[in-house]
Design a protein around this ligand. Sequence first.
Ligand code: B12
Length: 448
Amino acid sequence: MKNFKCLLVHTPRLHNNDGVITSDVNYCAMGLFSLAGELNKNGFSSKIINLGIEKYLNKNFLLSSYVKENDIKLLAFSLHWNHNFFDVIKTAKYVKEKCPDVFITLGGYTASFYAQEIMNEFSFVDAIIRGEGEYSIVEIAKALFKNTSFDNIPNLFYRKNLEIILNKNLFVATSDDLNKFEFFNPQNMVHYDEYTKIPYVLKYNLDNQLVSASTTQGVCLGRGCFGNCIWCGGGHYAERKISGRDFISYRKIESVVSELKEMKNKYNIENFRFSFDPNPKDRNYLIELFDALYDEFKGNLSVLYNLDGLPDDKFLSAYKKAVSKNSILYMSPVSYNEIIRRKYKSFYYSNDELESVLSKMDNLEISSEIYFYDIPELDDNENLKSQEYALFLKNKYKFVKDAYMYSLEIVPASILFENPEKYKLKNVPASFWDYYNRNDAVVKSFEY
Ligand code: B12
């Protein structure tokens, strides 16, 4: 089976501004590591490749040549974020033209949401794994290797006698499953060292771009969320649609700590991103995690943590002890307007509650960044008040290191996406073509 080679591909989004090529969406979905890990565990030689890194290191790099030279049999494109829809599809198309025998599957949130449409429109896509992919990708590799059928492979859309079939059975990872998966193994990625230093925007015409100090990998603590913030494509309702997930799974704390230890000590990764706050009413798991991180790193761990709810006293004291001073808690009250906040955000708090926490954080010297959104249903004046409130918080609280506005992205599967008129949204993508066409990339994307 070692000769049956698989490749998991991350395709950033390319931009071409008057001949100056840059890319964003440079980070791989963290699940690519557990997918590669499961394939390798089952005897299928597998790697992850980031096309941005390869192209940056060698401008003549072509995925189709790599596939031929390495005799890749199963090519799995990550279409997790909607932003790189065009680049993924274009690249897959060209590779299939040059390597007709390679089996192409797609996976990730966006591919899952639009699986039927993608299968209908793009015949070079052989299959789509909907939702969580670890079990299914191994079963696909086994079926291709043994030349058996895809019937009963969970989460799978595939082609059979010109028909598109979606198997009925479902795989959603439990905590036990997550504990069996491997979330970090640099051996499983081509040019891992370079990837750890990839910047948020990569400029292909400039030297010395691979110098970012942040980790490229979000650290997986678990999966799922009880919240339904209306802009989020990964909340409870959205996840139910995308992957059938209806519960929360947590990773074992020892595994997370030993992973961080290896990343930090062996691979010199300096900052760690966490973005998991599925149930602010019960943060026992996170408190236990911080206690264990303190035992291991004695407060010498730089963390960027996106919290969905307000931190409480227990959280703040465990966090304060565990992380280094330059760590940052990111929080979004959405709008200065509490009525809008209640409507948009699941884990509501008032402005008074927010400010009381910020003043505690000042006393504890915990840094934060606070972000608000431009809300389409509010007039400019109301949105301006969020901007003013952001500035007010930044000036009033010493440890609010930054406070700013974001524009609201409409992502597939979110409540906003499903009910645009209710929220007075204009120009909401009506079909996947609208996402696909929202790019200014080079025509052939990564196969140019
Ligand atoms: C953690 C997180 C981050 C982290 C880390 C991301 C990472 N490396 O994975 C950071 C902070 C870096 C991040 C950044 C962004 N994020 Co984010 N992020 C999340 C968050 C909170 C959790 C991600 C997660 O746990 N996913 C769940 C698990 C199941 O996914 P996974 O383990 O990676 O992959 C599994 C499956 O998805 C599938 N799969 C994934 N890829 C593939 C590929 C193949 C071939 C197969 C077979 C299967 C497969 O199988 C995997 C294993 O089971 C979600 C919200 C949420 N609650 O889901 C948003 C979310 C995914 N992010 C989102 C967005 C928009 C972004 C940004 C584009 C924001 C921006 N404008 O900059 C950037 C993109 C960064 C980049 N690519 O360079 C959106 C995506 C919506 C969409 N459909 O496009 C979400 C849903 C939030 C939202 N706003 O709605 N994010």
